[in-house]
Design a protein. Structure first.
Length: 212
């Protein structure tokens, strides 16, 4: 187990990192604007579930291999960025469907699909791997033993904080979407804006970051 003082120090560092809006927040806001409050929350849950395998991989050494391999890191980065662009394009293409769904005219896409899309984004996020590899070992106490278990514990603490923070952003963006939904034209524009944000995020992730 992680010593209490290390755990508290990591919790403080995690909160500081999480509350600063970054790519994850942009993704959640974009999804909430495009799909609504529930779609945003499902994307948050899916994203956190997708990061659990990353925590396990880092805790047991695989994350370090990916972070130190330029080829593997690039493959993961391109796959994740490409999927984000795909989701953004889909949101723009189906913006009229979002308007009708908000008005109750057609059922939205399945909850399982929204959850799965969030999972894919979470599990293909190379920045999460790099963050875990760089930060988690700093708060591990070798004298306490069971280092993989300590890293796993720290990673799960981070994910819990991320879940709460991202869910709050999803609720805020979903509430804003509800206000815009009073006008069909506004909700169509809002869905397209959310899609554009997701595409922009995909492009940003593709051209930034490195394995080193």
């Amino acid at each position: 187990m992680v010593p209490l003082e290390n755990l508290l120090a990591f919790a403080l560092a995690a909160i500081v990192i999480i509350v600063i809006p970054g790519p994850g927040v942009l993704f959640v806001i974009g999804r909430s604007l495009a799909l609504g409050r529930l779609g945003g929350l499902l994307s948050v849950v899916g994203g956190v579930l997708g990061q659990i395998p990353l925590v396990l991989a880092v805790a047991f050494g695989l994350g370090a291999v990916v972070a130190q391999s330029e080829v593997l890191f690039t493959v993961v980065k391109v796959a994740g960025a490409g999927y984000l662009v795909f989701l953004g394009v889909q949101a723009i293409r189906h913006r009229k469907r979002s308007t009708r769904a908000a008005a109750g005219g057609i059922p939205p896409r399945s909850h399982g699909r929204q959850l799965l899309e969030g999972f894919v984004v979470g599990v293909t996020n190379p920045k999460t791997i790099a963050f875990f590899v760089a930060v988690l070992p700093q708060f591990v106490d070798p004298a306490a033993g069971w280092i993989p278990l300590q890293m796993l514990e720290l990673g799960l603490v981070f994910l819990v904080f991320a879940l709460v923070s991202d869910a709050a952003w999803a609720l805020l963006a979903g509430a804003a979407r509800g206000w815009f939904a009073r006008s069909p034209k506004r909700i169509e524009t809002l869905s397209a804006t959310g899609g554009g944000m997701i595409i922009g995020l995909g492009g940003a992730l593709l051209f930034t970051g490195s394995a080193g």
